[in-house]
Ligand binder design. Sequence first.
Ligand code: NAD
Length: 390
Amino acid sequence: MKRKLRMGMVGGGNDAFIGAVHRIAAFMDGKIELVCGAFSIDPQISKQSGEDLFVAPERVYLSYEEMIEKESLLPEGERMDFVTIVTPNFLHFAPAKLALEKGFDVVVEKPMTVSVEEAKELQETVERTGRTLCLTHTYSGYPMVKQAKAMVKEGHFGKIRKIVVEYPQGWLSRLTEREGNAGAAWRADPKRSGKSLVMGDIGTHAAHLAEYVSGLKIEELCADLTTFVEGRLLDDDGSVLLRFENGAKGVLMASQISAGEENAVRIRIYGEKGGLEWANEDPNNLIIKMLDQPRQLYRTGNAYGAPYTLSSFATHNTRVPAGHPEGLLESFANIYRNFAATVTAKREGKTPTPEQQDFPTVYDGVRGMAFIDTVVKNNEGTEKWTKFVL
Ligand code: NAD
């Protein structure tokens, strides 16, 4: 395919938070262009957003149904190739399903849906249609997260015993949803957010990061959810003990009332021989701690010689020379670039490389929804451990 992939958007208008980040990430490598959108629940805002983004007025639609239907009727050479869905959680499933059924690939925000049933239906739809679905678990796009995963996989730390993953934020320490914050309002509303606020909004990121870096699946868990802020309808803090498939044990903390915190995602993994530490607030560093050795600091973009050579997954996802900071936007762009390369390769009848296929998919989305369900079930019930059932 000697052209850019054509993107449509559902949500992400001038009234939205993460939509603009998606556009920066999608455009960073020059492989994707925006051709259409149903950018907002408010038609005026959608229209104005389309104008601001130089989208042809006839391709700014009043609803995602209209967009997907009308785009599917356009000639092959014009119609969008994929849809990015950046709406509140309850509005992920329907546009994703419709888009897949009409032959479009999909990029969708996490949590993928608001129930395991919906998530499984999307999985079935992806498998039946052969389309590609990418789920934007942002933190898995960083080069040093890829390096961490590669080192665990090659056995650098020996058998993994302990996984500690944290995602504290402080922005919901007050009743923000009643202070005119639209993003907080839908997140704290069970009808629009799902069964859990904290686990849907950030706990799934942490659970995905733990499974992604360790390469291990969560098998059972024991959870404690709390609503600290009076008047709030959903939980805003959670602590979860995890048991992984190889016998490793873990701790996951996700909290939105950790006053003063921003997006302090951090993961530590320990094996028989040593461990690693990576933190979102210092994303170009990977700290390696081996038994009886001084600490090592791996940094993005370095051409270290053996045995410190960075993995092909880390270098494939690095954009700037060592010493120049990379961050969230590049990590997000890595997810888009790998998705775009996979979609293009599939359309050309080629097999994408393992590095190109390295982005979260519908299967991660199903696990994310099962994680939320299992946490809520365990928190509400009396059993000590609840099996992670898909
Ligand atoms: P937001 O409230 O800021 O924006 C939501 C957008 O969706 C708005 O433009 C709104 O008008 C639009 N919308 C609502 N209903 C619509 C409809 N029927 N048709 C078209 N547009 C519609 O929300 P946000 O903070 O941008 O979050 C959106 C999604 O992204 C959520 O699922 C959230 O969990 C996820 N998110 C992910 C990350 C990440 O790190 N990956 C970060 C922030 C948000």
